[in-house]
Structure formats: C-alpha cells, structure tokens
Design a protein around this ligand. Sequence first.
Ligand code: MN
Length: 504
Amino acid sequence: MIKKKSDKVLIFDTTLRDGEQAPGASMNKKEKLEVAYALERLGVDIIEAGFPVISKGDFESVSIVAKHIKKSIVCGLARSIKKDIDAASDALKKAKNKRIHVFLATSNIHMQHKLRKNKEEILKMAVDAVKYAKKKAEDIEFSPEDASRTEKGFLYSILEAVIKAGARTVNIPDTVGYSVPSEYGQLIDDIMNNVPNINKAIVSVHCHDDLGVSVANSLEAVKKGARQVECTINGIGERAGNASMEEIVMALKTRSDLYGCITGIKTPEICRVSRLVSKYTGFAVAPNKAIVGHNAFRHEAGIHQDGILKERTTYEIMKPEDVGFLGTGLVLGKHSGRHAFKERLKALGIELGEKELDKAFDRFKDVADKKKQVFDEDLLAIVEDEVKVFKKIWTLESLAATTGTGKKPMIDIKLRSKGKIYCKSGTGDGPVDACYKAIESITKINCELLDYSIQSVTRGKDALGEVTVKVKAGDKKVIAHGASTDIFEASVKAYINAINKVLS
Ligand code: MN
C-alpha cells in the first residue's frame, strides 16, 4: 500500500556521522565543514553532522557545521539519556534549522545483553528522552535501534508512544544489515498499518550493507510509504557501510515510473561530492561502483559502442552529465589560457581566489607541459593539491635520487619553511623510504605510515599519479595526498602534506 502523503523522499545524509564511523575514515573539522557545504549544495534535506557527546572533536564538528549550514537541517545524534541530549542541543545551538536524533535499542538481543533492561523500562526511557529532547528542539527524530530484529508488537507500541511524545520522524534501522528487501518492505507496510498515529510522523529508513542489499531495502521501503532515506555518499559507514545516496537518488529518478517519487538532490553535483568524500576519507571508489565508479559510464564492448553511437539509449539508462560524471571529454592543453582554465574550473564547481588561481594555473602549465591532454580529473587533482584546507608549513623545494637494481638508494631533499631552506641526504629501503626518513628528520615529526596507495588519475603513461598516505603521529591520524606526473615526487608531496596536516 503506497501511503499518498507526499511524493517527496527526504534525503538524510549521515556521511559525517555513520560514514565517519567507518574504520580509518576520520576527517578533521575543516574537511567535515567542506563536506557539509558540498552536501548542502547537493540539496540534502538533513545533514547528520555527528554524535556530539562522543568526543570534544565530534562536538566541535557538529557546532561548526551547525553554524555555517543554512539551507539543510543540521542533526546531532544522542542516546536516550540527558547527557547526550544536552550535548546535541548545545552543539546545535547556532543552527538555523536543527534536529535532535535520539536512539534506543529495542530488539531482545540488545535489550537483554547490551542495556540489561526490560520492555517497560525501555519504553519509558524512549518516551522520557523524546519529551526531554522536545524541550530543546522542535524537530525530533527517534530510532529504535536494531528495529528489523525487534518484536513487531513491541515496535508498534514504542513507535506509537514516541510519536505521541513529539517525535516527528521515526526511523526504522536495519542496524546490522540482516534484513532482505521483501521482509524489510513488509516491516514498513506493517508499521504503516499497525501504528495508529503513524500519519503524524515521517517514516524513515536506515539500512546497512552487510548482505549487499541496503539500497534494495531502502527502495522497497519507499514503495511502502517511507519518505525519508538515511544514506551516505559512496555508501561508506560502519562495517560494510550504509545505503549509498547516489544509488538511491538515481534509482528513484531513473525509475520514477515505478516509484513515483522525487528527491531534492541536484544530481549533476553527485560525482563531485563523491570525489570529495573519497579524497578526505582516503577510501577509493571501486571502478565498477554504480553511478560514481570510473567505469560506470564507459562502454567497452564493440556492439555496445556501436549501439551508443547510433542511439545512446540503446545501452545507456542514465546520462553521464546527469550525475556530473567526469572524464567525458578532453578539456585543456598547454595552449589553454588562464581564462579557459578558470572557466573550466567554474564548470566543475570550483571557484578560487585570485592568488589561489595563480598558483593552480602555474601548476596546470607544468602539468600541461608534461602531458598533452589535461582532463577534468587532472584539473581536480591539481587544484586539490594546491589549495588546501590546512596550512602549508613545509613545502618541497627540490628532490633528487639515484637508485637501481642492487644499488643502495641515495636521496637529496630540500624543504622550505618560513623562508628557510633545509637540506638532507640519506638512504633507506627505497627512495621513498629514504625521503620519508629525511623529511621526519628535518621536520622533527615522527610518523607511523599506516597506509600508502597510488592511483593514476587518468589513463596513459603520461597520466598524473596521485599518492594517498595515512599516517599516525602521536594520537593524531591524518590522510593526505600528493599529485604529480612523477610518482616519486607525488609520494614525497603526500608525506609533506601529511606532516603539514599533523602540525595544523
Ligand atoms: Mn548505522
């Protein structure tokens, strides 16, 4: 039964909360704010910015997002206890539109083993929490955690009670990713038919991808009347991740014949946000990932290519430009001027100040000298490499290395900081290792390298190489990147960026 309340499905993005809970995905405050701005531009209805009680860092991140985001509703998560609700409310103080999201586990497994409370106690706790939160904010969402494994009768009573207490949105999480589409759709249908006051609230869904069906579950729920979907960019999140926003949005759009629903998402922004999140979390997007993967719109088979050339819709169900897909064409070369460069960046949604533009343009000229064709992906790598959300305390001045089979690598490196040049020569297991040791010795920062990866930004032997490093210094973990047509230089730049991030 489709509940004909509204055709609009609200998009609740939890990239900054559940997404950030993914192992190794920590973002700093400035990066979180950048992502929040991108989500707002994308047209996200609600941004869950964090779990304020968890740590000082989380609290500050939610506060800073709350302060700057004006169009989207900013949401903070809280357990059903006063301390959490107070923290969420305090962090959201400056928000133009705020929501407090309160949760409490309701499945037998969780109630018995985790909370050690009986049903009556749980019901009271939930109602008390919603009432308390309601004093702090008008817009309250309640989630019975592990809802998909909760006894249905109890789930109906708790939903009825929290709606009566003032919850405007009730979310039905498949917290552990256990449910499958037919069953989950049935659950939403049953809730619609058995909770007497359900029309006073919006039913939301929150699915995890442990069995690879989080998007399918969410779509099935929309069919049954859910009007808010919780999701993340690139599907990042706890364990196997959350339902991916881009997939849900494009499924609803592409198959509107089936769902009859719309979202407020400006789909041409999708790829840009995907890239930003991938960059800041250090999680590469798989080439075959739906919607945003490198190959998502590339046709290889001859028969397909022939079909596409004759009529696009033979093999293409969506247009690449509808999701802002990059790499659809050649853009610039070494004869391109500053104006063309600026215009192309603008088309990619990047506006730089004059100083930053000059720097980025110089870099572009360098790159264009080395490689004939400069693609959109290259431009983004250049700009992101040049324009940082952190201070450049150390920069690379010059670099030289000799290495080879059976030879001990020797390197010479010069770094600049506050107008002074620092030199160091050295050796190591390889030229990169030798440089990293030299950089640590110059900057006097000791880092543990947790992860190192290299990817070519585009195709061809002259492609830009982009190195991503994850390092730990003390209790600080950072992710940084470096791009160059020389992978050795890219490796060194990534490490210097990491050091700069540790220092800022
Ligand atoms: Mn979750």
